[in-house]
Structure formats: structure tokens, C-alpha cells
Design a protein around this ligand. Structure first.
Ligand SMILES: NC(=O)c1ccc[n+]([C@@H]2O[C@H](COP(=O)([O-])OP(=O)(O)OC[C@H]3O[C@@H](n4cnc5c(N)ncnc54)[C@H](O)[C@@H]3O)[C@@H](O)[C@H]2O)c1
Length: 313
């Protein structure tokens, strides 16, 4: 049966690759990309695009009716570093866009939702190593507070209104097709660009700050696998822990020097250091493995190969 899919925030770091993958899988014309701004040329040329403000319920409802949308992937959000600068704007965007989509489903106008959460739902009191699915959270950032609240509302809408919403706590994502959009793990993308252009990089996180990370191909595959799983296998309706690798700026630098021996890293931690310090350094994703068979494929070595080869071609 054909289903029509809407991606909101399709021009961002994840949305761009998600749009390509969904179009490859289901066909260009059934996957509608939307964003408040236009995306890169290859995205804009790959299928239908609509300008949409995710906080405008009426415009969203109209678009969903017009294209007879069944599934929505809500990728629009303000990310961690930017959200610290604009707390109220972040809260309004992150929460109102989610409520708009949840309410559309409650009204039976769409049947399935993907909404991403983040490792930012955890805070300084969370066990840092191998952070469990269920544990102390207490996020200390604007972004983390919005993601944790979002998780609570997803679970609530599922329990009370039978809304089929699915979510993943993405770690920091590394990709070469689109630049990241204002997060605390952006360094792990910038470093590859700078390694190739300048053979040096100044990290805004300190040498030994270890954070959970994932290559974009794994993140997209996880998203599609979760969305394709039978509903009865999805036992967690807040958001699943997901893991692939954890590393420090020193370790990513070391993996780059195996390809570019002259590469040098230096460290000038800024305000993003405090955000990173409040997050876990590794994640236990055994629940995702058990419920829907998740398994990561990319470690740091493979990620560095992919990043340098693709950015260099
Ligand atoms: N990238 C990561 O490492 C990461 C990690 C954890 C969670 N996430 C989550 O994944 C989702 C996507 O992240 P991303 O990295 O692609 O972000 P991004 O900033 O690259 O992209 C977000 C997109 O949303 C769009 N947008 C902003 N306001 C909008 C509005 N009012 N209406 C419609 N579109 C709007 C932006 O133009 C942008 O294209 C977010 O919810 C983010 O919190 C990302």
C-alpha cells in the first residue's frame, strides 16, 4: 500500500539525508520535504518541497490534507548550543512543533510519527558510563529540558490517545553531506573539513571530553528500522537509547593523523564545554537491540575513512 510521507525540517543535517533515503526507498513523489527555508540544490531537485513553519498548526494541517500524508518525520528543532542563547525561542519551537504533530495524530489525520530525542535528556546526575535506558535524567540545558518534556508527552499521547509515535535518543551525528546546525557535537564534523583544508583544527571541547557519537548512515538506518518495526515490538514510547561509538577530541584527532600525518589539533573550550560536561560519555542501547534488533555498523575508524574519502572527492 502506498503511503505519503512528510518530513518537517528536511533541509537540516539529518533531514537532508533522511529525505534522500526515504525517497530512494518509497519513491521521490510520495516523500514531501518541508522546511522554513530552502535546502541544498540536490535536495531541492530530488522531489516535492513545501515551505512550512512547523509552529503553524493550520498550515501543517492544510499540507497534510493536500498531500494525504500518513507519516510525519519531525526534524525541525533548535539544537543545544543555539538553544542556550535563545531559551524561549527554543522552547516554543521544540514544543509547539511537537504538539502540532501529536495533535494531528490524535485527530486521526496522520497515522505514524517519528520525533527525535537526544542524549541531552540526561544531566549531571545521570550515571555517565553506559547510561541505562531508565535512570536519573535531570537535564540542565534548555535543549535537554525540551527533549525530556517531549519524551514525556510522546509517551502520554501514546498511552492516552493511542498515537503511534516513535523516537530515538540520537547521540552526536557525523555526516559529510550537510553541515550540522548548532549542536555541542558539531566539532566532530568540522574537524574533518578543517583537516582537509588546513591540516589543523581548534576544538571547542577539551582534549578528554568523551561523548557518544554515531555516523549518519547508522542514524538513518536506525530511524527507518524503528519506523518499519511492528508496533507491538516498540515497548518504549518515550525514546530509545541508541549507541555506536564514544570518543574524545584527542581520539578523533589521532584517527585523522593515520590518514593526514601532519594534522594538528589544539583546544580552546568555550561555552559548549559545560553542555558536554553534563552529558553521558557512553550509552547502553540494549533495549533497542532487544526490541527491534538495533546494531551499529560504523566505529570511529570506519567513520574517519568515510568522512575523509567523501569530503576529499
Ligand atoms: N544532529 C545531531 O547530532 C542530533 C543529535 C540528537 C538529536 N538531534 C535532533 O534531530 C533533529 C534534527 O536535527 P538536525 O541536526 O538535522 O538539525 P538542523 O538544525 O541541522 O536542522 C533543523 C532544520 O529545521 C528547520 N527549522 C527550524 N525552524 C523551523 C520551523 N519553525 N519550521 C520548519 N522548519 C524549521 C531548519 O531550517 C533546519 O533545516 C532535531 O530534533 C535535533 O534535536 C540531532
Amino acid at each position: 500500500m502506498q503511503k505519503n510521507i512528510l518530513i518537517i525540517g528536511a533541509c537540516g543535517q539529518i533531514g537532508t539525508e533522511l529525505t534522500f533515503s526515504l525517497r530512494e526507498k518509497y519513491g521521490n513523489d510520495v516523500v514531501i520535504a518541508s522546511d522554513i527555508r530552502e535546502g541544498n540544490e540536490s535536495l531541492m531537485n530530488s522531489g516535492p518541497f513545501e515551505q512550512l513553519d512547523a509552529t503553524d498548526y493550520d498550515a501543517l494541517e492544510e499540507l497534510v490534507a493536500y498531500y494525504e500524508i500518513d507519516e510525519v518525520y519531525l526534524m525541525a528543532a533548535m539544537l543545544s548550543a543555539t538553544a542556550e542563547k535563545f531559551p524561549m525561542r527554543a522552547w516554543n519551537l521544540n514544543m509547539s512543533s511537537l504538539f502540532n504533530v501529536l495533535n494531528l495524530s490524535k485527530e486521526k489525520k496522520i497515522s505514524k510519527i517519528f520525533w527525535p530525542s537526544s542524549i541531552a535528556v540526561f544531566g549531571p546526575n545521570t550515571p555517565r558510563e553506559n547510561t541505562p535506558q531508565n535512570t536519573i535524567m535531570e537535564p540542565s540545558t534548555v535543549y535537554g529540558i525540551s527533549k525530556q518534556s517531549g519524551e514525556r508527552w510522546c509517551e502520554y499521547y501514546h498511552n492516552k490517545y493511542d498515537v503511534d509515535v516513535r523516537s530515538i535518543r540520537y547521540p552526536g551525528l557525523i555526516s559529510w553531506k550537510t553541515m550540522p546546525g548548532g549542536g555541542t557535537t558539531d566539532y566532530a564534523v568540522e574537524i574533518y573539513h578543517k583537516a582537509l583544508s588546513d591540516s589543523k583544527y581548534t576544538s571547542f571541547l577539551s582534549e578528554n571530553t568523551k561523548l557518544p557519537m554515531m555516523f549518519m548512515d547508522d542514524a538513518i538506518r536506525a530511524t527507518l528500522e524503528l519506523m518499519e518495526s511492528n508496533a507491538e515490538n516498540i515497548k518504549v514510547r518515550s525514546a530509545y537509547n541508541l549507541a555506536a561509538m564514544s570518543f574524545t577530541p584527542a581520539e578523533i584527532s589521532q584517527s585523522i593523523t593515520t590518514h593526514i600525518p601532519e594534522f594538528k589539533i589544539s583546544y580552546e573550550p568555550d561555552s559548549r564545554q559545560a553542555i558536554a560536561d553534563s552529558w553521558p560519555s557512553s550509552i547502553d542501547d540494549s533495549k533497542a537491540q532487544k526490541d527491534w534488533g538495533w546494531k551499529a555498523k560504523f566505529d570511529l575508524k570506519k567513520t574517519t575513512n568515510e568522512m575523509l574519502n567523501n569530503l576529499n572527492s
